[in-house]
Design a protein around this ligand. Structure first.
Ligand SMILES: *Cc1c(COP(=O)(O)O)cnc(C)c1O
Length: 455
């Protein structure tokens, strides 16, 4: 076994030159996002007040399958790409499975997660269009940290609204953002109308991504020369993340294999989309029959138990209406851990793909996700991000099935990040303080029944 290649890396020249836009090749296109006021399908111009123009065009682009990666962006990618594709021999052995398990290691980026793959182009396009200030929200702090780095690289000023519970529980991510010069405010805050309203009604509110998005959007709309950026959910974010899957495709070829199953953990959908879409294009063409599995937490099960419905992307209802699987924009995730993946909705592309049966979703209980993360750490030597643990758990479940059937399936999952700044969550798990939490059907029905029926 020791003589076998374990780790596959690409040369600089082999780093992708284009992102893959799956919208162009989907037989059923995603339904259009709607203007929140007029309820008419959005045009790119409708997004210009919020997002950089090029990002607005990418968001709604359903015609170009390949979009060139600007040279400045590719140059920054070269600081850490390609990321390794690794065969998890030790994990396979511990499981006693005949399956071949591979993971794409996005945790080696300077910030420790895949988020930087979209932070760099978003900051780049803003800079190129003469923007001076950007705003965003962050939950666990991964996106905020990645964007802080990218903003600094392009000389932009960044204001981050960080979900209050994470601001308090994850001081190191806050410090990373501040190290790169970002201004970080706990959300909800009194600095915006949206935050003030929520705090007046509920002074102890611990914050949610939906609320933080409302605050960041409000600041962007009220500040000259300022745009808003988002680290997940939107189609242009998924587009940028395809650099992961495009590399993985070449690396799997180096390994002489092709995945039967591709797995990503699922918050808003960006890392899952990134690892999956380049492989999924072969399914769409009819050449392959790979299974794609999104792994979400049982405490926030929008794909497995939510409704497909037009809904807002934020709490206050500032964003366009998005056709997606959702638990309702008023969904307040349980405070059992601040480990990410707690967003109420899913990207519009992924939502359509799930509806059309091109992919599957599973929900993973919290303790099972940490059991998986511990085993992965102890076999492969990397402490995974709590988010990534959901993908590992799903991969382990598939590998165990192979053990029962004796099938030598090839399983590929995305290791979206490392957990070295999330040790509080591991500490709680090791101390036995973490619990499983699943929503009741009544909770879900109550929240989604309040949505305006547009579909
Ligand atoms: C943000 C994040 C996720 C979840 O977001 P997606 O958009 O669904 O990928 C997963 N893993 C890590 C490490 C993250 O930082």
């Amino acid at each position: 076994m020791d003589s076998k290649t374990k780790r596959f890396i690409l040369s600089e020249q082999e780093i992708p030159t284009h992102w893959y836009n799956i919208q162009a090749e989907m037989k059923n296109k995603p339904l259009p996002p709607l203007h929140p006021g007029t309820k008419q399908p959005l045009k790119p111009e409708d997004l210009f007040p919020i997002f950089a123009e090029e990002l607005s065009r990418q968001e709604l682009n359903q015609t170009d399958a390949w979009i060139e990666i600007p040279e400045e962006v590719r140059n920054l990618y070269k600081n850490y790409r390609s990321t390794p594709l690794v065969r998890a021999y030790a994990l396979e052995k511990a499981l006693g499975t005949p399956a071949h398990i591979y993971f794409k290691n996005e945790s080696v980026s300077p910030i420790g997660s895949h988020k930087i793959n979209s932070a760099i182009p978003q900051a780049y396009y803003c800079k190129k269009e003469g923007i001076t200030n950007i705003t965003t929200e962050t939950g666990a702090g991964q996106w905020g940290a990645a964007l802080s780095y990218a903003a600094k690289a392009f000389g932009l000023d960044l204001a981050v609204y960080m979900v209050k519970i994470s601001y308090e529980q994850k001081p190191y991510r806050r410090s990373i953002m501040q190290t790169f010069g970002a201004q970080v405010t706990p959300s909800p805050s009194m600095s915006t109308k949206a935050g003030k309203k929520i705090l007046t009604e509920n002074p102890n509110y611990q914050g949610s991504l939906g609320t933080a998005i409302s605050e960041a959007l409000e600041l962007a709309m009220n500040t000259p020369n300022c745009k808003y950026t988002l680290g997940s959910v939107l189609s242009h974010v998924s587009l940028h993340q395809t650099v992961i899957g495009l590399e993985a495709e070449k690396q799997m070829e180096m390994a002489g294999e092709y995945p039967d199953i591709v797995i990503g953990c699922f918050g808003g959908g960006s890392n899952f989309s990134g690892i999956s879409f380049p492989f999924m294009r072969h399914n769409i063409k009819g050449d392959k029959k790979t299974r794609f599995i999104a792994a979400e937490p049982a405490s926030c099960p929008k794909l497995t138990r939510g409704v497909f419905q037009y809904d807002f992307g934020d709490e206050a209802g500032y964003t366009p209406l998005l056709p997606m699987f959702t638990l309702g924009h008023n969904f307040a995730p349980a405070n059992i851990h601040a480990g990410g993946l707690r967003y109420h909705g899913a990207g519009v592309i992924v939502s359509q793909l799930l509806k059309d049966g091109l992919m599957e979703a599973v929900d993973i209980p919290q303790l099972e996700s940490f059991d998986a993360g511990m085993l992965f750490a102890q076999t492969e030597g990397i402490v995974p991000a709590p988010e990534s643990n959901h993908a590992i758990a799903a991969a382990i479940n598939e590998a165990k099935k192979c053990k029962e059937t004796g099938e030598e399936k090839v399983i590929l999952f995305n290791l979206s990040g490392h957990g070295l700044i999330d040790m509080t969550a591991y500490e709680q798990y090791i101390a036995g303080d973490l619990i499983n939490y699943a929503l009741t059907d009544e909770d879900i029905a109550k929240n989604t029944s309040e949505l305006e029926k547009i579909i």
